[in-house]
Design a protein around this ligand. Structure first.
Ligand code: HEM
Length: 474
């Protein structure tokens, strides 16, 4: 190596060290308590915990020791407060920091807002509550397919994989909402069709840590034969993507094709591909290059289907687990549902606000067993203050998680216990405070778009379960 190159290299290393020292010990971030002695100059503590699958528990423990604002990396903070915390970070539309062109992970606010406008109306509370189409879909899937399955399970007296069946049922509902009944899935009645999706879907999870944290290194190592991500993960992802684009292609060839004039007349029909049509129309009128349209369409819809069945299915499984251990709660729930409704789950959507016990049961499940607990990182665009700390510089990555927010014992006493009563016994002031800290669906412009569909689906599912004899010990 020539002396000039050696000197240059030394200078670069020196400048890098100065920058690291400045960030670690002199910048405004140095005032913030460190989750671990290494966090001012390295992300190792956080990465190690993430790799071990305990990042939320480790962050929460750090907040318990050190307060609502904690440094978890040289330029990374974790927050666990609403005022001067979640409100500032998530209420001001700060950007995400890991990029893909689909809405869930889209980086920038502008592109995200444009995409969201294409279909936000069909996920809104009033649209969901007044949708005749959803009523028909629920009748076929919940009162029909699920009820038949339940009767058969109850009469055989065997064991049922509740998580698997919940996910199957919720995929049928979500995919029908997106593609219409005819082109939606029928995982409940057709386990073979379900496995064609779930087997590759499970395969996509492998190596998530490496892909999300060391994307470029992981790809580079792959070229020299070192596979941090299991080899089967990529083909599994492709399989799932093909599965979804096949649905989109199949729809184009039918009378439900939104471009055909006939489809305009049947938008209330359960077979109408509502979300698909809205999104296709929106993308066609956007600046997206036409050659990218089909892939963007199917990938975006795949995101909705994954979000729609997975988190909702996990929530349902926890809810049933807790409910199955409490006979008197089951009786009270049945009495509530009987009082307010005739036993027609599809009419439940109009009575959601009056079922306060069911609402409390669902809220408590989402609180304690948040299926999408985060953390959800955002990038600070310009200097802000969080908690008691001012001058937090632009470029800092800040995140909160419902896991930690939902365990604030001042707001949710005995937070590790599943107690739906806490929502019923709370005074107005306490309930308001609980709602301020309730963050299962996130908040701000990137809040879950499917929250009302999720709540509707969980409600009708519980309804049918409670009314089919033999499912619970009533
Ligand atoms: C119990 C069920 C569900 C939970 C707990 C949940 C939770 C969440 C959370 C916390 C976020 C915010 C992520 C962030 O801030 O970065 C989110 C976003 C999202 N969710 Fe859900 N979700 C559920 C059901 C659904 C359903 C049924 C759908 C659609 C059919 C859906 C579609 C989405 C989409 C598209 C986003 C991205 C929104 C955006 O970036 O604007 N989710 N979800």
């Amino acid at each position: 190596m020539s002396p000039a190159i050696g000197t240059l290299a030394l200078c670069v290393v020196f400048l890098w060290l100065v920058k690291q020292t400045q960030t670690a010990y002199i910048s405004a971030l140095s005032q913030i308590p460190n989750a671990h002695p290494s966090t001012p100059f390295s992300r190792l503590w956080m990465l190690w915990n993430k790799l071990q699958g305990r990042q939320n528990r480790a962050r929460f423990a750090a907040h318990e020791r050190l307060g609502p604002v904690v440094r978890i990396g040289p330029q990374e903070l974790s927050i666990n407060c609403i005022d001067d915390g979640v409100r500032t970070i998530y209420g001001s539309g700060f950007d995400k920091h890991v990029w893909t062109p689909y809405m869930f992970t889209m980086l920038h606010g502008k592109g995200h807002a444009e995409r969201k406008r294409m279909f936000a109306n069909v996920y809104s509370k009033s649209y969901i509550q007044n949708s005749l189409r959803l009523k028909d879909i629920s009748r076929v899937i919940i009162s029909g397919r699920l009820r038949n399955e339940l009767v058969s399970w109850a009469s055989h007296g065997g064991t049922v994989d509740v998580l698997k069946k919940s996910k199957a049922c919720l995929m049928d509902l979500t995919s029908a909402w997106i593609f219409g009944l005819e082109y939606g899935t029928n995982f409940l009645e057709d386990p073979k069709e379900a496995e064609e999706f779930f087997t590759p879907f499970r395969g996509t999870f492998g190596g998530f840590f490496w892909r999300s944290e060391f994307h470029h290194i992981t790809r580079l190592l792959q070229y020299i034969g070192v596979h941090l991500v299991p080899k089967e993960a990529a083909p599994c992802r492709e399989k799932i993507q093909e599965w979804c684009s096949a649905k989109c292609v199949a729809l184009l060839a039918t009378k439900m094709n939104p471009m055909s004039s006939a489809s305009q007349k049947i938008t209330d029909s359960a077979d109408y591909p509502l979300v698909y049509s809205q999104l296709r129309g929106g993308l066609e009128n956007s600046t997206l290059p036409p050659e990218k349209l089909e892939r963007t369409l199917s990938m975006e819809l795949l995101d909705h289907m994954v979000a729609g069945h997975d988190a909702t299915g996990i929530t349902m499984a926890y809810l049933l687990y807790e409910l199955s251990q409490r006979q008197s709660l089951q009786r009270s729930l049945r009495a509530e549902l009987k009082k307010h409704l005739n036993p027609n789950p599809e009419t439940l959507v109009h009575h959601i606000d009056t079922c306060i016990l069911l609402d409390a049961i669902l809220k408590e499940t989402l609180r304690l067993y948040s299926a999408n607990p985060g953390p959800w990182p955002r990038v600070v665009p310009s200097e802000i203050h969080v908690g008691h700390f001012s001058s937090i510089p632009a470029g800092t990555i800040i995140s909160a998680s419902s896991y930690a927010l939902h365990r604030n014992s001042e707001v949710f006493p005995r937070p590790e216990e599943w107690r739906p009563e806490r929502w019923l016994d709370a005074s107005d002031t306490q309930r308001k405070e609980m709602m301020r800290w309730f963050w299962a669906f996130g908040s701000g412009s990137r809040m879950c778009i499917g929250s009302h569909l999720a709540i509707h689906s969980e409600f009708v599912l519980v309804f049918v379960l409670v009314f089919v004899q033999g499912v619970f010990i009533l």
